[in-house]
Design a protein around this ligand. Structure first.
Ligand SMILES: [Zn+2]
Length: 348
């Protein structure tokens, strides 16, 4: 099969012939039909954060068709359409048993990120226990981006405990943010999106937010005070994670407010214990999502209750051009790699 190999950090991927993986007894073999790309891929390319052993096949948002199943697999069949739950957790520790598998302390492999080859290839092999069926009616490219963007956004909004009528501020309307603003709207909040360009603020409006602010042209603090009659936001969901957004996020909260940290950078933020204690502020970290978050996000997409976040498609073989495009920061929502000659996404 063909695959894009990461052979050296800081260098482009190389499109090569490699052996097609062979499924073991508990595995399924998946023909990749689409694979999302995001900032995690750019970090992997640079060797920032996760540093998989090389050579490595990236791609943590794959969607595809099962072409072979192992002898012990009972719940999937050839021809099934699936996406992946990417976190290879132990299934036995306290967190796994409590249904918080993505913070399993023994989690050492993440599909397309570390230890398990991902979707930048014609085929990938996955334990059947990590495969998730794609509900009917979801096109390949929209299914693909559920693996990370959809799952992460659903979990973040769930962790945020968003309630009917609350004001929720969301920093960053990229892939995760494009789903998060829609999930927060569905939860009944007034959603205020903050972006760094007029074009991205307009994109947030297209997704149905109540107010979109371009932070390069307005003072976000002043605008938010006006919008909330001086009260502040009940919840801030930070999908950027820079020192400026964390600092501003805390400033925007009303007393009793919640800061939810989804995105991160190498930045640190110095916290005033007094300010947090006296105003009963909460800080909530959130990491990708649980398997059930992925299922829920997929259901909402299948029901047509959230819009597609995919705005650009590149052939899988043009992955380096796609990464360059992603690096430009101009992509709205999500860019997806796909296979031009693929079968229809929704079989009759
Ligand atoms: Zn575990």
């Amino acid at each position: 099969m063909k695959a894009a190999l990461l052979r050296a950090f800081g260098a482009p991927l190389t499109w090569e012939d490699v052996d097609t993986p062979r499924p073991g007894a508990d595995d399924v073999l998946i023909q990749v039909m689409a694979c999302g790309t995001d900032g995690t891929d750019l970090k992997l390319l640079d060797g920032f954060g996760y540093r998989p052993e090389l050579p490595f096949i990236m791609g943590h948002e794959p969607a595809g068709l099962i072409t072979e199943v192992g002898a012990s697999v009972r719940d999937f069949h050839v021809g099934d359409r699936v996406i992946s739950y990417n976190f290879f957790h132990c299934g036995r520790c306290r967190n796994c048993r409590r249904g918080r598998e993505q913070i399993c302390p023994y989690l050492d492999r993440i599909l397309g990120v570390r230890g398990v080859p991902g979707g930048y290839a014609d085929y990938l092999c996955l334990p059947a226990s990590q495969a998730v069926s794609i509900p009917k009616g979801i096109p390949w490219e929209d299914a693909a981006v559920l693996c990370d963007a959809g799952c992460t956004a659903y979990h973040a909004v769930d962790r945020a405990r968003v309630k009917l009528g609350e004001t929720v501020v969301i920093f960053g309307v990229g892939g995760v943010g494009s789903f998060a603003v829609q999930f927060a709207k569905l939860a009944g909040a007034r959603v205020i999106a903050i972006e760094q360009s007029d074009k991205k603020a307009r994109w947030a409006e297209d997704l149905g937010v109540d107010v979109a602010l371009d932070a390069t042209s307005v003072d976000v603090g002043t605008e938010l005070r006006q919008l909330t009659e001086g009260w502040g936001a009940d919840c801030v969901i930070d999908i950027v994670g820079r020192e400026e957004t964390l600092t501003l996020g805390v400033d925007l909260l009303c007393n009793g407010g919640r800061l939810v940290i989804v995105g991160y950078t190498p930045d640190h933020y110095s916290l005033s214990g007094k300010h947090f204690a006296q105003n009963e502020l909460e800080v909530i970290g959130t990491r990708c999502g649980r398997r059930r978050d992925l299922d829920q996000a997929a259901q909402l997409l299948a029901q047509g209750r959230v819009k597609s976040i995919v705005t650009e498609r590149y052939p899988l073989s043009d992955v380096n051009a796609a990464h360059q495009r992603l690096q430009s920061g101009e992509v709205l929502g999500r860019l997806v790699l796909d296979v031009p000659q693929r079968p229809p996404s929704t079989p009759a």
